[in-house]
Design a protein around this ligand. Structure first.
Ligand code: PLP
Length: 423
């Protein structure tokens, strides 16, 4: 697309935008009665207007039915709390590219799920005991791996193999990952990494990584925290063994919203080792309360506890928006918004992009490396009503989310940079 740096041009793109109405489904935070330019959906997505109603509905069921809410519908929909998680499944399966709803289940929180899935998929043997990951991945993932490895009586220094970014472009090259897999294949027990780097915004080629892993018979799992609801995913087709994510970033499920997992169908009949709880027990026999754990089929078998119904209500309400629009329409707008932001930043030599310029290797986020006066620029953006986020010592992350951001939002960023660097 040919871009222009003018407000009229940005407004014209907004008028032509087939998704221009979805912004109305969200509350846009304001300052002094004016909408902020919220470019922080990679950290916490905005509140869908439906969220309050969804929450209030379950509060009413609790108020009116008490414990019966688990088994009795609170309204004409006929839905009960007992299988509430199933209401989120059609949208989740669509968004992550599952073959069926049994491959996905909303549950727990992200880091909890990382531990649960590693318990099942990290099966170290004397020789095959290593884990391949990415150097500088999100801290929680690093802590999870380190402590998980120690908990098995192994030494992280011996077991963890980290693929590092190249010094010239700070990116992770797919070929470097493929080479590391091939070179260490005999010793690798599992591969665990992000699908989209939280810091640089780089999207990894999950299809190729999963294919390489499968060729060497090594299970591969992805942390999709920044990928879900941001880029199209085809987890089943790619042959990804397992994955987990959070729903408070691009899925707008609310602060600390319910996470979810994906377990590929090929593992459903293997009775994998796991840490179990009663909610993962076969649903038809759960209340028999008999000893001996019988897992529910598929991803459901990893559930532990009574689900957080208010959180699931928020999750369902926000998932519905993403599922209705569909990832392909979202992706199309996302590429244009991000491309426009890149175009507007291009004239400023002071601002370097950490994020790849190849649209196939990025989602909605651009990470700006600002070595000189970076913090000052960030403060200037914030004062002008542009909400991004700051990573010490010199990185500003801006994420135009296609569900609620406009081309005018993005144009504003260019305007503030122009003022900052010309005055
Ligand atoms: C946001 C994020 C997390 C956060 O984990 P929680 O358990 O939800 O607090 C973990 N990993 C990655 C890659 C993230 O982007």
């Amino acid at each position: 697309m040919m871009y222009e740096n003018s407000l009229a041009f940005a407004r014209q793109l907004d008028q032509q935008d087939p998704l221009r109405h979805t912004r109305n489904s969200f509350h846009i935070p304001q300052r002094d009665g004016v909408d902020l330019t919220y470019l922080c959906g990679n950290s916490l997505g905005l509140q869908p207007k439906m969220a309050r109603q969804a929450l209030e509905k379950e509060l009413s069921v609790w108020q009116n039915l008490g414990v019966e809410g688990w088994f009795e519908p609170g309204d004409a929909s006929g839905q009960v709390w007992l299988n509430y998680h199933e209401r989120c499944k059609p949208a989740l399966a669509q968004i992550v590219g599952a073959a069926s709803e049994t491959e996905v289940c909303p549950m727990n929180a992200l880091t909890v799920n990382i531990h649960l899935l590693l318990t099942s998929f990290f099966q170290p043997a004397a020789r095959k005991r290593k884990i391949l990951t990415i150097k500088g991945d999100f801290p929680s993932d690093q802590y999870a791996l380190e402590t998980h490895v120690r908990q098995r009586g192994l030494d992280p220094a011996d077991v963890l193999i980290e693929v590092a970014p190249r010094p010239d472009d700070l990116l992770i090259h797919t070929t470097d990952i493929q080479r590391a897999i091939a070179e260490n294949a005999d010793e690798l027990a599992v591969i665990w990494m992000s699908g989209l780097n939280y810091y640089t915004g780089q999207v990894y080629n999950m299809a190729v990584i999963a294919e390489t892993a499968a060729r060497h018979c090594i299970p591969v799992g992805f942390d999709l925290a920044h990928a879900i609801g941001n880029i199209p995913l085809r987890l089943h087709e790619w042959g990804v063994d397992f994955a987990t994510w959070c729903s408070y970033k691009y899925l707008n499920g609310g602060p600390g919203a319910v996470s979810g997992i994906f377990v590929h169908e090929k593992h459903h009949n293997q009775n994998l080792p796991r840490l179990a709880g009663w909610w993962g027990y076969r649903e038809d026999r759960r209340f028999a309360m008999t000893p001996g754990f019988l897992p529910a089929v598929g991803a459901d078998g990893w559930q532990l506890s009574t689900p957080n119904i208010p959180a699931l209500a928020l999750h369902q309400a926000s998932l519905a928006i993403t599922a209705e629009v569909g990832m392909s329409a979202l992706r199309q707008k996302s590429e244009q918004l991000t491309g426009y932001l890149e175009y507007l930043l291009a004239p400023y030599d002071e601002v370097m992009l950490l994020t790849p310029d190849d649209p196939n290797q990025r989602g909605s986020q651009l990470s700006l490396l600002v070595r000189k006066r970076g913090k000052e620029l960030f403060r200037h953006l914030t004062e002008a009503g542009i909400i991004g986020d700051w990573r010490e010592p010199d990185c500003i992350r801006l994420a135009p989310a296609p569900l609620y951001n406009t081309f005018e939002d993005v144009w504003q960023v260019g305007e503030v940079l122009r003022q900052f660097y010309t005055t």
